[in-house]
Design a protein around this ligand. Structure first.
Ligand code: PRP
Length: 215
């Protein structure tokens, strides 16, 4: 199982444990990247803790049978994985953002800074405004401020980073959340074990949704 490290790991771990996965307590000092776990059906398994952007590659290539990946990375990588469940956490959105008085779609060949070059390229092409993409690996909000780009394509959660830098959202490209991703061959070869995990996760998600409606 491939899971993302960082802020999403806590929610991922809580969901899997609620669904019956046995996973020992982790002290903050724990630096292990491979963890033994027990699946709800009693089978022993291993969890790999990876960079969020690497999860889909491990699952697509079959090193891991399943994993949890952000929809942003799945789309950016055109990952060929089965996506049976929206896990309803790590919600944010992919947006075009920039200065309030400049709509990037109105520019001829806008310069767009982003950590998501394929998504940005595809979106601007689909809108009939081919963009010059400037691929960065983080802190993209700086790019328009210093004249590196006209606007950015990035994920927004609270909007606080944009506000802090005087930028606004112009267009929403799509909504994002954590998804269960499954290797296509494993889906056939380990159908029963995978279906069991899926069903248990679905039950937890349904119970959470009901709890949110009638607390
Ligand atoms: C993400 C994203 C924005 C910020 C948005 O960056 O790229 O910069 O979070 O969050 P907000 O809307 O709640 O302010 P991240 O923290 O992952 O850092 P990075 O730029 O180094 O990848």
């Amino acid at each position: 199982m491939a899971l993302p490290k960082g802020r999403v790991l806590k929610d991922t771990r809580a969901l899997l444990q609620e669904a019956g996965l046995e996973w020992e307590d982790l002290p903050d000092s724990d630096r292990r990247l491979i963890h033994p776990v027990r699946l709800p059906d009693g089978t022993d398994a291993e969890v790999l803790i990876l960079r969020a952007s690497d999860v889909a590659a491990y699952v697509e290539r079959g090193v891991c049978d399943l994993g949890v990946a952000g929809y942003d990375t799945i789309v950016e990588q055109h990952a060929d994985v089965f996506i049976p469940l929206d896990l309803q956490f790590a919600k944010c959105r992919m947006v075009v953002a920039g200065f309030p008085d400049i709509d990037p779609l109105a520019l001829e060949n806008p310069r767009i800074a982003t950590k998501y070059p394929r998504i940005a390229q595809d979106y601007f092409l689909s809108q009939g405004a081919p963009a010059k993409i400037i691929a960065l690996s983080g802190a993209v909000e700086i790019a328009p401020l210093v004249g590196l780009s006209d606007a950015i394509v990035d994920i927004v959660e609270t909007g606080s980073t944009l506000r802090t830098h005087g930028l606004v959202e112009h267009q929403t490209i799509f909504e994002i959340s954590a998804r269960l991703v499954v290797n296509r061959a494993a889906l056939r070869l380990r159908a029963r074990a995978i279906r069991n995990i899926e069903t248990r996760l679905e039950r937890v998600l349904n119970a959470r949704a009901e709890e949110a409606v009638c607390p």
